[in-house]
Design a protein around this ligand. Structure first.
Ligand code: BEZ
Length: 216
């Protein structure tokens, strides 16, 4: 993915949205944000995705996480399209702002481009309160995203951040399941950090690197 990527600061662009004009860093301030792009309004996959974001909004609210959409049309078109999205989702309201990008000027600056098509993609950045990208998904316009995976990845980021990245989440992890202790943490440090204890997998190498613990 050329352009901004993990660890980079999202440019502080002034954006026009369905909720007025603001600067991105003002929106990101003090919370995590899921920023997701769409190729255009009144398109089938995008309609299902924005509807799903509206349905899942309470899950993001519960975690104190903001949503911010982007689609490559103007604000009036977004407002008209929202009526379709809400009808399609049987009443879930689109309460999050959607950035207007009718001239496709913003989307390359946010690195939300499909390099094969050289056009808008279904990119999604999870942005931290420091306005830096913590995770990115890049899907082509033909593939709709999985909102459960967005939420699962977000939960992983929040959990790792809460524990200063001294833990990581293993394959298919979900909240309330054990996590693993990060490789940079020695057993001595782990004993202090995780008084609840940890289990080291007994593997042929005997290297003791796969250690599970329970955290909340
Ligand atoms: C869609 O949202 O359905 C879509 C948008 C652009 C290209 C292909 C599909």
């Amino acid at each position: 993915m050329p352009g901004i990527t993990l660890g980079d600061t999202v440019p502080n662009l002034e954006v026009e949205t369905t909720h007025g004009t603001f600067k991105l860093h003002d929106y990101f301030a003090d919370s995590w944000t899921v920023l997701f792009s769409h190729p255009g309004d009144f398109t089938p996959v995008c309609t299902t995705e924005l509807g799903a974001m509206a349905k899942y909004a309470h899950e993001f609210d519960k975690r104190g996480v903001k949503l911010l959409g982007l689609s490559c049309d103007d604000v009036q078109s977004h407002k008209d399209w929202i009526k379709d999205i809400e009808a399609f989702t049987h009443g879930s309201k689109v309460k999050y702002p959607i950035i207007a990008d009718p001239n496709k000027e913003i989307i390359p600056q946010l690195n939300m481009i499909d390099p094969i098509e050289n056009g808008p993609s279904r990119a999604l950045h999870i942005v931290g309160p420091d306005s830096k990208i913590k995770l990115s998904f890049l899907y082509p316009s033909t593939t709709g995203r999985n909102m459960d995976e967005v939420l699962r990845a977000l939960d992983s980021l929040l959990m790792a951040s809460k524990h200063n990245n001294k833990i990581a989440t293993p394959v298919n992890w979900k909240p309330d399941e054990p996590v693993v202790i990060s490789p940079g943490v020695s057993d001595e440090e782990a004993k202090k950090m995780f008084p609840q204890g940890f289990k080291t997998a007994d593997l042929p190498s005997k290297k003791g690197y796969l250690r599970h613990t329970e955290v909340s």
